[in-house]
Design a protein around this ligand. Structure first.
Ligand SMILES: Cc1cc2nc3c(=O)[nH]c(=O)nc-3n(C[C@H](O)[C@H](O)[C@H](O)COP(=O)(O)OP(=O)(O)OC[C@H]3O[C@@H](n4cnc5c(N)ncnc54)[C@H](O)[C@@H]3O)c2cc1C
Length: 335
């Protein structure tokens, strides 16, 4: 379903409205090379989208990306593979993403709870220290620190990071993302409902977690990005639940919405994330490659926000950057 400001409607019905038709070519227009990097707002205005077409066009940019139309750069949107993300099939790891981490970590000694405060890097090696001054040193290291943590100044680098990297960090926006996962006594949404995309209201997207798994638990996820996530993050957990239940009543006026359990996760409030994921500002082309560049001695750079080969800011992107950075380490050690 999709809500273009009048409550949820089945997608084909909402798209059948002539006012929406103008937006249908947006993916083709985005795929056409742009002479200049402009903001998403500028792009929408240049295309002349109005009414429902404008709502649809805005959703293309802000449903997934956690930022405003003014902050999102068109070139970054394309280079990051968001067009591909939005037009291709979704997939999931049936047993959960934890399985992937378990697989990668198999046989590796992992030290938990070491909160890095300073990183000293040189051509000979890397030394990290925590707030109490405990130290770990290595001939080489890979940083996968989240961009939100790096931007926040939580880590001191000695020497300072090169200007190109500091500029790259300024050119990325780590935006707020928040999720409320709710288990209900019984489903009150249509049996065939997979998701509700919302142009208005407090939530960006709802999805039916066990869609297609007949008879499974009635669980909905409310997913929230950008300004809407920032607004909910200001509220108490109970207020968030009340607000979301009120919004669900707008979409599904009938049935009991008796909630049995919930879990709220706010990534911007997590000091080890400081946001959900990043996107690039207008004019930031190449920022991810600059952040990824092996230009800090034996300290290499990986993590989803340095991905240039896969869709950026995704698990697949993070995985690919780990392979890239580990081959850079081997090259440096064998030089
Ligand atoms: C709500 C949400 C939904 C998402 N959905 C999807 C999806 O469906 N598919 C997909 O592919 N991607 C999705 N993503 C994106 C994906 O989760 C991330 O891109 C990916 O997990 C990032 O991996 P990473 O290894 O780069 O960083 P992280 O997994 O963030 O790892 C960074 C690590 O650094 C640690 N750290 C931070 N500060 C310090 C410090 N000072 N000292 C020591 N350690 C520190 C953190 O604890 C963390 O373990 C989603 C993200 C969010 C927020």
């Amino acid at each position: 379903m999709i809500d273009l400001g009048e409550g949820g409607r089945w997608l084909p019905l909402a798209l059948a409205h002539p006012q929406a038709w103008h937006a249908f070519g947006i993916f083709r227009r985005l795929a056409t090379p742009q002479p200049h990097d402009i903001s998403a707002r500028h792009f929408i205005e240049r295309c002349g989208y109005r009414g429902r077409a404008r709502s649809l066009a805005e959703m293309v940019f802000t449903s997934h990306l956690p930022g405003s139309l003014d902050d999102i750069g068109i070139q970054g949107f394309i280079d990051d593979g968001i067009l591909e993300l939005e037009t291709s099939m979704d997939y999931r790891i049936n047993q959960g993403h934890d399985k992937l981490i378990e697989h990668i970590g198999n046989g590796i000694q992992v030290e938990f709870g070491f909160v890095v405060r300073t990183i000293e890097w040189s051509e000979d090696g890397v030394v990290i220290r925590d707030v109490a001054g405990h130290e770990r040193s290595a001939r080489a290291a890979i940083s996968t620190l989240p961009v939100g943590v790096l931007q926040n100044g939580a880590i001191s680098f000695r020497p300072e990071l090169p200007e190109a990297k500091r500029t790259a960090l300024r050119q990325m926006v780590m935006g707020p993302v928040l999720k409320l996962i709710m288990r209900f006594e019984e489903p009150f949404w249509p049996r065939r409902l997979a998701a509700v995309y919302c142009a208005s209201g407090p939530i960006t997207l709802y999805w039916n977690v066990f869609y297609g798994a007949g008879g499974a638990m009635p669980v909905l996820t409310a997913y929230c990005t950008g300004a809407r996530a920032a607004a909910l993050a200001e509220l108490s957990e109970e207020e968030v639940v009340t607000r979301v239940l009120g919004d669900l009543r707008r979409h599904f006026p009938r049935g009991s919405r008796r909630i049995i359990a919930w879990r709220l996760v706010d990534w911007s409030g997590d000091p080890y994330a400081r946001g959900g994921y990043t996107f690039l500002r207008p004019g930031a082309r190449g920022a991810r490659a600059r952040l990824a560049a092996p230009d800090t001695g034996r300290l290499m750079w990986a993590g989803a926000e340095t991905a240039t080969e896969q869709i950026a800011a995704t698990v697949a992107g993070a995985y690919a950057t780990g392979l890239r950075a580990s081959s850079e380490v081997l090259e440096a050690l064998n030089a």
